[in-house]
Design a protein. Structure first.
Length: 214
């Protein structure tokens, strides 16, 4: 089952056979996609509502039916992509043999989705800290809480010496470096390094190094 927010390639011309609620969702998805792409190209500060409605092929009136202002649209875009990443990670955990296996699978799935949607990845990890650092702090808390929950469920011990919030920061830097360098397609190559960083707080350096196959 796929969990994706829309893209500008999706059909945007509504016909009488398309239910109204589907049309509303399509408009919203197109607006989110337009926001992500405009931010990736121009930055949030330089993006205007005019840019968004032009890219989404909608009217200003339609934009304001969905969002109060540009910041409201930005927050919704970030939230929608966070939900998508959570869903992708959750799907990857199905039938995982252990917390380590779960982390391995979820990391691969999330990196693939980030690589497939570089504009959204850029908005969430590059633009968001400039717009509102709280967005990234919330993302970090979600990731750390999920990792803690995995290890409690697996009963494989408490945290080791490393702080998962610090290792999250190191992982984010690796991803942002690729995005800033225009190398989003290479994000899956970070898999082993990110698995190591995710495991480090829970099983220590030596075991994390071995499990990550570095």
């Amino acid at each position: 089952m796929r969990h994706e927010i829309g893209s500008l390639e999706e059909p945007g011309v509504l016909t009488p056979t398309v239910p109204l609620d589907i049309g509303v969702r399509s408009h919203r998805q197109r607006i989110l996609a337009a926001m992500a792409r405009s931010c990736a190209e121009k930055s949030f500060a330089a993006t205007t509502i005019g840019d968004i409605v032009k890219r989404a092929s909608i009217s200003r009136g339609t934009f304001y039916k969905h969002f109060k202002n540009k910041r409201d649209c930005f927050d919704a875009t970030a939230d929608a992509f966070l939900v998508e990443l959570e869903a992708v990670a959750s799907e990857a955990l199905t039938d995982a043999a252990s917390p380590t296996d779960a982390i391995d699978r979820a990391t691969a799935a999330v990196l693939e989705r980030l690589a497939a949607k570089p504009a959204y990845a850029d908005l969430l990890l590059v633009e968001a800290p400039n717009v509102d650092p709280a967005i990234v702090l919330r993302y970090r808390s979600i990731v750390v809480a999920a990792l803690d929950a995995l290890w409690r469920k697996g009963k494989e011990g408490k945290r080791a010496a490393a702080d998962p919030e610090l290792t999250f920061g190191r992982a984010k830097v690796l991803i942002v470096d690729h995005l800033a360098g225009g190398e989003a397609a290479r994000l899956p190559s970070l898999h082993s390094e990110l698995v190591y960083l995710a495991l480090l707080p829970y099983i220590g350096h030596d075991k994390a190094l071995k499990q990550a196959r570095l």
